[in-house]
Design a binder for this molecule. Structure first.
Ligand code: NAD
Ligand code: UDP
Ligand code: UDP
Length: 336
């Protein structure tokens, strides 16, 4: 007897005239601060399917709770230092602790995440032909001798310091990206992100904006690390996400600086937080940590020209949005 042939599969959706091709996007580190905001934005596009791979070291499921169970969303507990075999069209590779407290906690692991993690994601990009974007950092400029920092500046980085696992790690990650691009023709994008702030930052992660807001809300002194004249430039997270997506969708490999050029000393930041959130708190000078860059401000000429991007949200407008989120999480109501 002849074997019965299985019935034909139902005509797949993709043959329907209404079909629009889906983009399957992997976001490593998508349970973290910037990653979860990026996921929110990507999920707004109904053509996107989003897969998050995260080991939850500094991120949490809570940041993604509104997407868990959504048919276009998938969350995998995965450490990028291990191999990952999935099929995707684009990779936003963010996985890496970003706060000094966390990246210094296990520096060897931080190096592995930056080097082996990026190598694995490049191997994945090569196998499936995906475009990959790395979130590098302004820390690749180290304690910069050129101010503001253009992408052409090679940096002033201590290779053996306590921050090296992070900044040298990201430098190797950038090198790997360009070697895979030149050697294997992988489509790469590199963003050099400057200090970013906003809702969902870890409350106790030690970064300056989250520290000051939490301290102001708890009525504790704002701890300015000496000398207090060191500067940073703070970009609101929605502007950052917009820049990352433009970079991914554009034609330039980068590296491209993404950050807000408004530059503030830490004393100015403390005074602004005090004025906006709690005028009765004290500002206290405390000890600093080694190798703290004295100044940092992005030159965003390239982002403006090549991506048509520049930040829209000023520090004074962004801080209250973050305050609202911190009030909810700390359970501190606003006084009228
Ligand atoms: P974050 O710590 O909130 O997010 C990092 C995410 O990566 C977390 O969810 C964490 O659990 C995950 N992760 C860490 N190690 C991992 C591993 N080995 N495998 C899988 N997942 C891992 O930090 P963020 O501020 O959202 O930063 C995201 C990216 O942007 C990082 O690559 C960081 O270096 C870069 N960046 C951030 C800033 C900033 O100011 N926030 C500045 C420059 C660069
Ligand atoms: N890799 C991965 N997922 C893939 C393809 C590769 O995790 O889909 C890993 C692979 O295991 C290797 C790394 O990426 O550790 C680099 O892969 P590549 O193919 O470039 O190098 P090779 O495997 O030849 O060393
Ligand atoms: N800083 C501070 N008080 C704090 C935490 C940080 O004055 O409670 C300073 C720190 O010395 C540095 C700047 O704020 O000059 C930014 O530090 P952060 O850890 O936020 O980021 P990064 O050093 O990576 O830019």
């Amino acid at each position: 007897t002849q074997a019965t042939k299985p019935p034909p599969l139902p005509s797949p959706l993709r043959f329907s005239k209404f079909f629009q091709p889906n983009m399957r996007i992997l976001v490593t580190g998508g349970a973290g601060f910037i990653g979860s905001h990026l996921v929110d934005r990507l999920m707004q596009n109904e053509k996107n399917e989003v897969v998050v791979a995260d080991n939850f070291f500094t991120g949490s499921k809570d940041n993604l709770r509104k997407w868990i169970g959504h048919p276009r969303f998938e969350l995998i507990r995965h450490d990028v230092t291990e191999q990952l075999f999935i099929e995707v069209d684009q990779i936003y590779h963010l996985a890496c602790p970003a706060s000094p407290i966390f990246y210094k906690y296990n520096p060897v692991k931080t190096i592995k995440t930056n080097v082996i993690g990026t190598l694995n994601m490049l191997g994945l990009a090569k196998r499936v032909g995906a475009r990959i974007l790395l979130t590098s950092t302004s820390e690749v400029y180290g304690d910069p001798l050129v101010h503001p920092q253009p992408e052409s500046y090679w940096g002033n980085v201590n290779p053996i310091g306590v921050r090296s696992c992070y900044d040298e790690g990201k430098r190797v990650a950038e090198t790997l990206m360009f070697d895979y691009h030149r050697q294997h023709g992988i489509e790469i994008r590199i963003a050099r992100i400057f200090n970013t702030y906003g809702p969902r930052m870890n409350i106790d992660d030690g970064r300056v904006v989250s520290n000051f807001i939490a301290q102001a809300l708890r009525g504790e002194p704002l701890t300015v690390q000496v000398p207090g004249t060191q500067t940073r430039s703070f970009c609101y997270v929605s502007d950052m996400v917009d820049g990352l997506i433009r970079l991914m969708e554009g034609e330039n490999t980068g590296p491209i600086n993404l950050g807000n050029p408004g530059e503030f000393t830490m004393i100015e930041l403390a005074e602004t937080v005090k004025e906006l959130i709690n005028p009765s708190v004290e500002i206290k000078m405390v000890e600093n940590t080694p190798d703290d860059p004295r100044q940092r401000k992005p030159d965003i000429t390239k982002a403006k020209e090549l991506l048509g991007w520049e930040p829209k949200i000023k520090l004074r407008d962004g801080l209250p949005l973050m305050e609202e989120d911190f009030r909810l999480r700390l359970g501190v109501a606003k006084k009228n």
